[in-house]
Structures are given as structure tokens and as C-alpha cells.
Design a protein around this ligand. Sequence first.
Ligand code: ADP
Ligand code: MG
Length: 698
Amino acid sequence: MSQTRSELAVLGMDCAECTLHVRQAIAALPGVRGVEVFLAAEKAVVDYDAAQVDLPAIRKAVQSAGYQAPAAGAGEDVSESLAQTSARFGRAVLWVLGLVFGAVLLVVVAGEWLGLFEAVTARVPWPIGWLIVFVGWVPVLRNVIAAARRGQATAHTLMSLGVLAALVVGEWTTAAIVVFFMRVGDYVEHFTAERARRAVKDLTALAPKQARVLRDGVEAMVAVDQVAVGEVVVVRPGEQIPVDGVAVEGSAMVDQATLTGEPLPAEAGPGTRVFAATLVRLGSLRVRAEQVGRDTTFGRVIRMVEDAERHRADVQRLADRFSAYFLPFVGLIALLTFVLRRDPLATAAVLVVACSCAIALATPIAVLASIGAGAKRGLLVKGGKYLELLDRADVLLIDKTGTLTLGQPQITDVVSLDGMTPDTLLALAAGAERYSEHPLAEAVRRASQAHGQELAAPSHFEALPGFGVRAQIDGRQVTVGSRRILAGGPLPAQAQGLEADGKTLLYVTVDGQPQGVLAATDTIRPEVPAALAALRGLGIERIELLTGDNPRTAAALAEPLGVAYQAELLPADKLEVVRRYQAQGKTVVMVGDGVNDAPALAQADVGIAMGAAGSDIAAEAAHVVLLRDDWALVPEALRIARRTMRVVRTNIGYTLVYNLVGLTAAALGWLSPVFAAVAQSIPDLIILANSSRLLRQK
Ligand code: ADP
Ligand code: MG
């Protein structure tokens, strides 16, 4: 078995139905195990057995379904070639199109009222009329026939039956007008899909394309994907940093707005970690590449936005299912109209008025528009599903260290017991913490260094996730951690006062005997109180702090913020808290800094990872990724979710009502086919306008 996953570009898909056609065409090939098709990213991801089928065969299947599947050029990124295809539509174009369309509508409606079309039908010989109809109709018919061969019907299949009916009863002008509106509808769909894609394309356009690499002491301009990990690139003022890496020389102000939305440039010099797609404003840098191309943080952001369609919202599925049942339903109504009322024109009107295209397209655009707008501000939502869940959220759980606090604690007190000097205690603790990545470990090492101490090298080290570390130093076993390491033993007298101050206590034992306590303080992120207030205003009914720290410290932080807390939790306990709320039917949002919170973040309905630029674990586990450490983005995510879902629901509700009214009127013969054609094109436009509002979010 040679299981392979490949990604290929698929162009020409303008509707949700199109992705279905492409999916079915690929899935029908022998050896294909799974396929996902993305409308906005214009790509298909295929899992297949390379022994049975290959990429050229898959491309051919896509082409025979009526779409293009260009092979990406050598070394060329698929998404990059996509960024160049198909023109951009500006707002000005939208206005002009809207005006032209409005004028045409008026003329058609007025013409029908005044009976002009009947006059035209009477005067112009029918073969000329039929010719006009067929010229416009052929491209549509070709698709309808191709779909029919695959055993599928599309919205245009029904409308084409309507055209046929009109021709048969000798109303060729009616047929021509219906064809005209079908083409207009196609165009609007194409336009709409294109707008939706902008979310992805605008981001792709920001990706660095070239890099100035230092090779044998000479600078050479190369394409970004030609840079190897470990090479040094030179970045001049005003240029984009082409890779993720560490500055090795120079100094500069780096503007990270493209990546994180953070407007203030930050200083960078030797040792600073810098990210691809950010800009060097002042000064210049030499950067050693650690990640290039798709592996950079920015590359992953693009990929996540591209793949956002994978996590579809339930309403999106509803819209898909709606289209699937809608066509047979309309077919049935048309049949009944024909049989019961024997009125071919009313039947044609029924076939023409029904419109499910807009609804299938409306949700993805709304969702993608929001995701794209968010991504530009450092707020990455991995799919429509999470917007939907955020919209419904009622419980917010917050991790303490690194999430609620800055995660840069300082050691403030060193209290030793029984004869050991504070210096010895600190040195032992720092040695034990040598290999720990926890922010508290770093604080202990820093304090020890500040006292001019050498860091001891433990002969054995073990992390105790969620409560401390254990290490072997000079034959003695040293543990540092929360109260848990005392295993229920008595607390030193000084501990209580320190805890009440909101300090985090690190107990130190040597060979099982308590030797003292270190106290650390960490600062609450300054924007937290305002963000929590905003979240309450948005209807979050319960906010709870979850921490592995002791209850007093937790209370000292939580109470001033007016939030509940649970203390002394291990990572697995945090997971359990999430589950318990979910079992009560709550929609749980968890905000964490990702590293030891990953299980709880993944379990939450929406896991939000703070400050994920550069951290894989956080970005993988969470559903929403904040590229910048800014709590204001959390209520912002909720607001975006609310707005998006409101638009989606309006679109769906509107389409339903519109179709019901339209179908009824047509079946009863109150709507001529011409009016029906006019009527069916209107929801497309309204939905397009409604969803486009989201693209314009500031
Ligand atoms: P939080 O839940 O607040 O993010 P953690 O779960 O990471 O915190 O840690 C909980 C508690 O365990 C800390 O408050 C500290 O007392 C202790 N602890 C965890 N890791 C370490 C470590 N490396 N050194 C000392 N103490 C630690
Ligand atoms: Mg934490």
C-alpha cells in the first residue's frame, strides 16, 4: 500500500455544487481513498493509493468534470499561482454592475408590463428568436448535459426545462429573458466566489516572494523557497523578512502587523526571533533561517485559512442539505402545476423562480470573509464551525500562568528552614529547574543568576507536569513545586502570608525533607479586566480561572476580577472541568497558552491559544489562534462570530421565505416566466450584498 496525499489546484468552481461535482469526479477514480475540495482556496486534497492512480489521472478527472486543474510549475507554490489567476473585483466594479443590472431589470419589468415582448415575439420570425436563445443557452446547456451524464441535476437543469417549455409554447422572448438571467446569475456567482476568495488571496499576496541570501560572502537574490534552513538572509530597511529565524547581526525595528496585527514595531537585534512576512522598518538585519516557506508561522496561517472550509458550520451543512432536497421538491411542484393546472407557462415560471444557488454560496462567503478579516488582525479562526460555537458560547475557562498573567514571574522571597541558608536553597532550586521550560523555572534560574550563582548540573531530571520538577544533585534528591510535593506535610509558617498576597509558592524539598519556600509574583495582563467586562457584555454567563496553583493565590487573582476559580488542578483535571461543563450542555470556550493546556484546549468547544506566533503545539491544539498576546482579541472573536452568524441566518431565512412565496405565486400562475426570471436573480444580489458587508469589517 502506498498511501499518498496530494494537493492540486482546481479552477473554475463558482458554487457549492461545483465542489460537489469535483469531489464526486475524483472520488469515482479507483484507488482514491478520500478527497476534500475547497471552494475558496481553489484546491483539492486527495488521499490515494499511488499504485492505482496518479496525479495526472486525477487532473484528467477534474477536467472531464468541466473544471481546470493546472499543474503547478516546477518549484512554484500552488497557492502562489492561484494568487495570480483571475482578476480582482473592486467595489467600484460592484457598483457599476449593480447599476447596469438595475437598469436592465427596469427595462425588462416595464417591457413585460407593457406587453412589448409579445409584440417582439409576434414581429420577429421565430427562427431568429430561437437562434438568439440558443446562443446564450449553449454554454449553460453544456454544463447541464455534462451534469446529467453524471446523473446529477443542477439549478440550471430546472431552469433549462423552463426555457424549453417557453420555447415549446412559442414564447421565445420569454425563453431569451430567462437565459439572460441565468447567465447573469452565473456571473454573479462567479463574482461572489471571487470575493470570498479574496480572504485567502489577500493573505497569500502578503507572503514574501524573494530573499537575499548570503552565500560564500556574496548576497544573492533567490526565490523564497530556494532558501535552505540554516542559511543567513540579509534584510534591508523597508524589506520583508523572508523566513522565520533568529537575528544574528544588525539591529532594526520590526513591524509585525502583517502577521499579528500589532501596529507598534518592536526592536530586534542579535538573538531576537523574527518571523516571515514581517517588515524591517529602520535598520537592517541578518537572519539565520529556521523555517522557510510553508513551515513559517505565516505559511501556516495561510494554510489554516485555506483549510478553514474543512470545519464547516452546522448551518453550512444545513445549506448544503437544503440544496440537495430543494431541486427534487421544485421538480415535484412543477410536475403538479403541469398536471393539475395544464399551464405550461406557470410550470415554466415554477422551474425558473426557484433559487437555491444563493443559499449554498452565502454561508461560505460570510464565513470566509470573516475568517479572512480576522486573520489580518492576528485572529485566526480555523473554520466556520468555531464561529458558530463562539456565537453560542456560555462558559469561558481561563488558564492562569501565561494566559491571565504575562507569564514572566519574578522571585520575590526566599525563605529557608532548618539551618540551610537562603543562598544554598536558591542554588539547589535553580539546579533542579535547569532543564524545565516552565516560566517559573525560568524565574528561579534568573534569581539564582542575579545572586551570582553557578547553575548546578543535575544528574537526573524529571518534570512533574502541573506541579513541579524532581532532580538529582550531588547525590541528593531535590524537588521544587506546588504544595503537592509536600505530600500533605505541614506548611512552613511563612507560607500563609505569602499566599494571601497572591504569590505563587514553590516548595523545595531535599531527600523528602521540606527545606524552604520561594515566592514568585506574576503580573496580570493589563488588558484583561476590560476584555472580561466586554465578554460579560456579550453574554458569557460564567468565567472561571483554572490553575495548578494554590487556592489562596488563585483567589487573590480571581476575586478582584470578579471571576470564579478552581485551584490545584493538574492538566488532566482541567480537561475534566471542560468535560463537566459540556455534560451540562454548555458551550465551553477555553483560553490557554497552549503548552500544558493543549488537552483542555482541544476538548473545549472552542480552544483559544494565546500568543501562538512561533509555537506549534498551541496552534495545533486550539481552534482559534491569537497571533498576538492581546486579550482584546477574545471579545473581538466573539463579536465577529455574532456578526457572521447573524448574516448567515438572515441569508438563509430570507432565501427560504423568498422561495416559498415565489413558488406559490408561480404555481398559482400569478407570476409570468419573465417576472420569475427577474425574481430569481434578486436573492443572489441581496445575499451577495449582505455577505459582502463582512468583507469590509475594519
Ligand atoms: P497554571 O495552571 O497556573 O498555568 P501550571 O499548571 O503550569 O500553572 O503549574 C501549577 C503549579 O505547579 C504552579 O503554580 C507551581 O506551583 C507548580 N509548578 C509547575 N511547574 C513547576 C516548575 N517547573 N517549578 C516549580 N513549580 C512548578
Ligand atoms: Mg499556563
